[in-house]
Design a protein around this ligand. Structure first.
Ligand code: SF4
Length: 299
């Protein structure tokens, strides 16, 4: 069955819960997902959806598909006061036609649109969704072929998709979930920063700490210290916005957006919630430095 005309799940939550920080901070987003994924990450947060077609355990207690039209889904978003429509949870690019149909309707009603993807896609698919999509948020899951092989993919198409998405004019943010014993080699993470820097230093890079789940319940959570050190190195090399997520306490400071020039705190966050926005339009109110992102109306 071609995946079209249904959702498996949808929620209205703050846009930041999709780990997207430079798009209308604090706005509500309707995020929807379907079933299936081209990868098989053993730490998948949404494995009951993403692995529904290949892991028998995922089918236990699974919710059935909910028939949906683009207009009905966008009606829900507008009635709930959302400014953003987001495709996530499973891999949206395997249902690019359905996502494009929903986003066409969403854009016509004035919503921002975003895809949360594993980046294992093609230039053709990116070009296909671009006319109705504002944001391409990519998970960059490792730095080696072996790591990607373990997840069922390859790193090259992901790096190429990040570069192509920027070239096509999507707003791009990148997330790397750092997993102990899997991709926590500092040299490898620093090499990833170098690759992102070469694509665009303004791409926000989110270093998220692993939490035990799915087939990796026996691993310890990721300690924040390594992430802080990698973030510091990436900022020193010239990346403008590096965040550390899934951590608490003093490390929570690394959830805030700071001006890349004068370091004024522009957006404060706590646990994926925006608590203060001090931007003047898209600029720093202290030094007038423009800050990259979609902070105001699309125009
Ligand atoms: S790519 Fe994302 S949705 Fe797919 S298995 Fe991995 S974490 Fe889950």
């Amino acid at each position: 069955m071609v995946p079209f005309g249904y959702v498996a799940r949808r929620y209205v939550r703050n846009v930041e819960t999709n780990t997207v920080y430079h798009v209308v901070p604090g706005a509500k987003a309707l995020t929807f997902g379907m079933y299936g994924c081209d990868l098989r990450c053993p730490y998948c947060h949404n494995w009951k959806l993403s692995q529904a077609l290949r892991d028998g355990d995922a089918a236990v207690g699974a919710t059935p598909p909910i028939p949906m039209t683009p207009a009905a889904l966008v009606d829900e978003a507008v009635s709930a006061g959302c400014r953003v429509m987001c495709a996530a949870y499973n891999e949206p690019m395997i249902a690019a036609e359905w996502v494009r149909a929903v986003f066409g309707e969403a854009r016509a009603r004035g919503l921002f649109t975003m895809i949360v993807s594993d980046g294992n896609t093609t230039p053709e698919a990116l070009a296909f969704v671009r006319p109705v999509t504002d944001v391409y948020r990519v998970d960059l899951k490792g730095f080696s072929s072996e790591q990607y092989k373990a997840l069922g993919g390859r790193i090259e198409p992901v790096l190429a998709a990040i570069a192509e998405a920027r070239r096509l004019g999507f707003w791009v943010e990148v997330v790397t979930l750092v997993v102990p014993g899997f991709n926590d080699d500092p040299a490898g993470l620093r090499a990833l920063a170098k690759k992102l820097l070469a694509i665009d230093p303004a791409i926000p890079w989110h270093l998220n700490a692993f939490q035990p789940r799915y087939k990796m319940r026996d691993r310890p959570p990721m300690h924040p210290e390594l992430l802080v050190s990698i973030a510091g190195a990436a900022l020193a090399r010239g990346m403008k916005h590096v965040y550390v997520g899934n951590v608490t306490g003093m490390f929570g400071e690394l959830e805030h957006t700071r001006c890349p020039k004068c370091h004024f705190t522009l957006v404060e966050r706590r646990n994926y919630q925006t608590t203060a926005v001090r931007l003047d339009g898209s600029s720093c109110p202290a030094c007038r430095e423009p800050v990259a992102g979609l902070f105001t109306e699309r125009a």
